[in-house]
Design a protein around this ligand. Structure first.
Ligand code: ARG
Length: 479
């Protein structure tokens, strides 16, 4: 398993090349390395690992634990390692069990003597937590940006469709007509809560664990407040045991992403349903649809189906991590390494789904005539007819019963609903049953009527602008 020449490389602590080699008499078994190594996935933390090490080196120099010359040598070596990693020229070695080992090994090769001082007053336990928090801060902001982009598409379409109407459904049965904009913005508001949750999770991730050491701090005179500030964290840890064992910020991120995924899943389901021939409310652009390998006529909504399905993975990633964390004693345990794959996966899945759904919705065509035909089913005005009676002083329970009898009569073939309704409540019924009329009457704030939706559009636009400003203000460290 060890690559040619690695074992003889200057700077390797002992024959095995691991960071703990002096303690153990034997080199690690190949299967041990294969089972325990995390390099295959934690290399995405490379830039954050370098940034954290750069700050750590500056801290060691300030503390007088590192000479200016050694500090400069380490800074240069870290920079070189960073550019090798960025350009994929970085040669990983078999004993690089994780990205932290790999970077320290390379820095030691490049900086010589000074390399052996890099890990002063630091453990991989505070290092990995620090890297991951830097990563999470950036990635949650990026996910929030993806949410905003999808919300903007929903807002634009909600403006463009004007007063187009469709039925609201309860129990998947036609309920009352609403503006299509109202339906689109319903998804937009759910996403607004997701945006909020992502930034909220990010805020709690914004605490530096650097300086906690392996678990108990250090006897060396470091200043964790200063390294926290240097790395752009809002605060430093309060308790070293908590700092190295806390993965709440990963669990919270996974929850925020899972619930966002659930919202995307529900949106996906509606797209699947709306594009069915039975419903026919939505037609996908050909670039955002798929075909069948066997049935020449097919046009399928695979993007929406996969958005619907990915929520399963996101929920699995959350519950998997919670199960890993449950029952762990303080402080660091290797179990915590299992935090990364679910986190990386959930972030990637959510960002992919957000981008795909934004593209699909931006290009899809609404069949407004078909929606209106469904919305104009006179039975959908039954509630408004009952409310009209309420306006005349009839108790709602009585009004409901009177209109329900009209509905039953119409469905039993006793006559046309409009005629029966006019006979029951008077000629005003036909005014209410005119297409779109119920939407003009439905004025309650936050409701699906035209006037309320006009207000809602403005409030949603204001919310998007405020959220965009919040995102811009959230410092996104560039690495
Ligand atoms: N790869 C490890 C992780 O992700 C880094 C910390 C290892 N620390 C240790 N004491 N073995 O958690």
């Amino acid at each position: 398993m060890a690559p040619e020449g690695y074992l003889d490389r200057p700077g390797a602590a002992t024959g095995s090349g691991t960071l703990w080699a002096a303690r153990l008499a034997a080199s690690p078994a190949e299967e041990l390395m294969a089972f325990t190594a995390s390099l295959a996935y934690d290399r995405v933390l490379a830039a954050d690992d370098i940034a954290a090490s750069q700050a750590h080196v500056r801290g060691l120099v300030r503390a007088g634990l590192l000479s200016e010359a050694d500090g400069a040598a380490l800074a240069t070596a870290l920079e070189a390692a960073a550019s090798e990693l960025a350009s994929s020229e970085f040669a990983f070695a078999a004993a690089d069990e994780d990205i932290h080992t790999a970077v320290e090994r390379r820095v030691t090769e490049l900086a010589g003597e000074a390399g052996a001082r890099l890990h002063t007053a630091r453990s991989r336990n505070d290092q990995v937590a620090c890297d991951l928090r830097l990563f999470v801060k950036r990635e949650l902001a990026a996910a929030a940006g993806g949410v905003l982009a999808l919300q903007k598409v929903l807002a634009a379409r909600a403006t463009e469709v004007g007063e187009a109407r469709l039925p609201a459904y309860t129990h998947l049965q036609r309920a009352q007509p609403v503006l299509l904009a109202h339906h689109l913005l319903a998804h937009g508001w759910a996403l607004a809560r997701d945006f909020d949750r992502l930034l909220d999770a990010r805020r709690r991730a914004d605490v530096s664990p650097l300086g906690a050491g392996a678990s108990a701090g250090t006897s060396l005179p470091i200043d964790p407040d200063a390294t926290a500030a240097d790395l752009g964290f809002a605060a430093r840890f309060e308790n070293s045991l908590d700092a190295v064992s806390d993965r709440d910020f990963v669990a919270e991120s996974l929850f925020a992403l899972a619930l966002l995924g659930v919202h995307l899943s529900r949106l996906g389901e509606e797209i699947v349903w709306w594009t069915s021939e039975e419903v026919g409310f939505l037609h996908l652009d050909d670039a955002w649809a798929t075909g069948s390998s066997m049935m020449p006529q097919k046009k399928n909504p695979d993007v929406a189906e996969l958005a619907r399905a990915r929520a399963g993975r996101l929920i699995g990633n959350l519950t998997g991590l919670l199960a890993t964390l449950k029952g762990l004693p303080l402080a660091y345990n290797r179990d915590l390494q299992e935090d990364k794959e679910p986190l990386f996966d959930s972030l990637a899945q959510v960002r992919g789904a957000l981008a795909a759904l934004a593209g699909l919705l931006n290009t899809a065509a609404f069949d407004e005539a078909r929606m209106a035909a469904a919305a104009d089913d006179p039975l959908l005005a039954a509630t408004d007819l009952a409310e009209m009676l309420v306006g005349r002083g009839v108790p709602f329970r009585v009004a409901h019963e009177r209109i329900a009898r009209v509905v039953r009569g119409a469905l039993a073939g006793e006559g046309d609903f409009a005629d029966l309704a006019a006979a029951e409540v008077g000629p005003e019924a036909s005014e209410i049953l005119r297409p779109g009329r119920t939407l003009a009457r439905r004025t309650s704030p936050g409701g699906g009527g035209a006037a309320a939706v006009a207000v809602q559009r403005q409030r949603f636009a204001a919310r998007l602008a405020a959220d965009a400003a919040r995102l811009a203000a959230a410092e996104v460290p560039s690495v």
